[in-house]
Design a protein around this ligand. Structure first.
Ligand code: NDP
Length: 251
């Protein structure tokens, strides 16, 4: 990770869960981290409790489902920190979103954040990287096992799975686009299995049976953060395209 020390990483969804665990790891490793969330006070609290010689956490309030807020956030990052070297698109939501009983509003909330918000953050970060001549940048999309196959739960909210399949395509498509422009910026899709976070509570009406989230085995946010650090640590000529992570006894 030495080459990233003092460089800028932007992490969306940094207030709790996987994002909070990740910003902690990156700050400890000496990066300047922008932690984006709507509940910015939670990121501020994290910043107060983090001790690092070189690293620093900059909390930034932004709703990643809103175009103007995203554009303003990246303007702030450019003018206050000079640029972006790493973007981790982590913010996402799941809601009851079946076609037979999931309301249209929920479909829209999911797509606005998980697909369009992720895409716009990526586009804004890449524009700044290119402006600054950064050719060793890294874009990481937090995907899901639901981005590769449709989970079998009878109460499945499959618009979430649609959004995560889109993330799989967005990672692959961007990799091709970057190669066509001879860019060496890397793109990694990280797909966690069941991880113990606020995710279910944030999703409103549970769409999995309650036992799904109240019984293990689970991964922790730190498990996922460690895998992201692993991807970032690969030498610049190595690209990890896809990392999927499950608890060892629940593949
Ligand atoms: P949490 O619900 O614990 O955290 C989600 C984060 O996203 C929060 O920091 C929340 O911050 C942020 N967020 C939600 N909506 C918005 C928004 N509109 N604008 C900005 N930030 C927003 O979830 P996890 O940590 O579990 O999930 C992180 C990622 O991992 C997601 O992409 C999820 O799909 C993926 N994942 C999770 C799994 C799990 O089992 N937990 C399994 C597979 C994938 P705030 O509310 O303060 O804005």
């Amino acid at each position: 990770m030495e080459r990233w020390v003092g460089r800028v990483a932007v992490v969306t969804g940094a207030s709790v869960g996987i994002g909070a665990a990740l910003v902690e790891e990156l700050v400890k490793k000496g990066l300047l981290v922008v932690g984006i969330a709507r509940r910015v006070e939670k990121v501020e609290e994290l910043a107060r409790n983090l001790k690092s010689e070189k690293g620093k956490l900059h909390p930034l309030k932004c709703d990643v489902s809103k175009e103007t807020e995203i554009r303003d956030a990246f303007k702030w990052i450019k003018s206050n920190l000079g640029g972006v070297d790493i973007l981790v698109n982590n913010a996402a939501i799941a809601k009851n979103s079946n076609l037979m009983d999931g309301p249209f509003e929920n479909w829209k909330t999911i797509i606005d954040l998980n697909v369009l918000g992720l895409s716009l953050c990526t586009s804004e970060a890449l524009a700044i990287m290119r402006e600054n001549g950064v050719d060793d940048g890294h874009i990481i999309h937090i995907n899901s096992m639901a981005g590769h196959s449709v989970p079998e739960s009878p109460l499945l909210a499959y618009m979430y799975s649609v959004s995560k399949h889109a993330v799989t395509v967005l990672a692959e498509g961007l990799r091709r686009e970057l190669r066509s422009k001879n860019s060496k910026i890397r793109v990694t899709s990280v797909s966690p299995g069941k991880t113990f976070t606020e995710f279910m509570a944030a999703s409103g009406r549970p769409f999995h049976p309650v036992e799904f989230y109240t019984s293990g085995p689970y991964l922790t946010g730190k498990d996922i953060a460690d895998s992201i650090v692993f991807a970032l640590s690969a030498p610049p000529h190595v690209q990890l395209n896809e990392i999927s992570i499950t608890p060892v006894d629940k593949p």
